[in-house]
Design a protein around this ligand. Sequence first.
Ligand SMILES: *Cc1c(COP(=O)(O)O)cnc(C)c1O
Length: 425
Amino acid sequence: MNFSKSEQLFERAKVVIPGGVNSPVRAFKAVGGKPFFAARAEGAYLFDVDGNDFVDYVGTWGPAILGHAPACVRAAVGEALQRGTSFGVPGELEVAMALTVTDWVPSVEMVRMCNSGTEATMSCVRLARGFTGRDKIIKFAGCYHGHVDSLLVKAGSGALTMGAPDSAGVPAALAAETICLPFNDLPALEQAFAADGGRIAAVIVEPVPANAGLIPPSAGFLQQLRALTLRHGALLIFDEVMTGFRVGRAGVQGLTGITPDLSAFGKVIGGGLPVGAFGGRRDIMEQLAPLGPVYQAGTLSGNPLALAAGLAQLRELDADDGFARLERLGAKLEAGARSLLAAKKLPWQFHRLGSLWCLFFTGREVKNLADAQTADLAAFNKYFHAMLAGGVYVPPSQFETCFLSLAHDEPELDRTLTVMDRALA
Ligand SMILES: *Cc1c(COP(=O)(O)O)cnc(C)c1O
């Protein structure tokens, strides 16, 4: 494959954009090499500026659940565009979106729209602190909640270590309010509540972590988490920015029957435009301005183009039995990948939830971030570059999840498995 135009663009970009990219993972740093620049995207395919095409398993990091640029989204955005790009007063689509979210996700009695998943989680944390009058937050290592100061914190050694910032520029005093625990570790959670229960405003969790690879919760872990938060008067925040509207109409909470107090959404709900949303219990949401004392706002929040795109995407997913079809496509890919692994006697772990999947290059069962970090990164990088050379684009890091879309049909899955067969050689 020739990447000369992408290489030229990357050189120019690096002069005027930090690292040449507007979000770090796009720089391909983890896998080495240089990123390719997109010319356009349609269905399951990304087309780059050098004329290469790729079966795309990144799907713009989650939003493209119908495939790229689906006709329904293009039509809805085109229509909305004729009426204006932003109003600064309330609009009809905002009511339609709020009714859709509260209908699909029973725990969400009220919802507010914002512009990214980061804004959604940030607002959930502020709201939880405002509602409870407490400052401490529990999060889990390997769960990503956007680039919110309080949430850019990883575990130190020992389960109860106070958070150390994961990024320069996060005040230590703020990080100290975040307790970071290993995922799926119930004793660590019980200990944290025993030590600090009265000061914990909320636990925020990706109920199925998908930002350290894809990690399933152990049986009963989320149920115990719900019970502990209730017992100690802390709120439970499900960050379903990745899983919401992807693993089913009501996300992981719908699959597990667990009712969180607050939920954060993004990605699929925006149909490929910049959108986030958060919502939950009415008595908590009523603490938001202008009703209550917790401030939150946004010039472009509830943007008509973004909501038109999101609503069109959600309707099409629902109308067309989309979640069941995604499950069938996922099962087919899983069966193919597992038979390749078995034939080659490779111990790698294949994880999947509906249209989310991940291949961990480790022989160890992966239940948390530390397990994921036992992966053979050199083997992953070799696989990544071999997949790319074969025209299949998987995320450029072992610690990311692959996204299937409804546009990934038999020909794309067959091409993927053929290339995977060679890439795993
Ligand atoms: C992507 C993601 C976010 C951040 O969303 P942005 O729109 O990138 O700000 C937060 N939480 C989870 C679980 C995510 O996957």
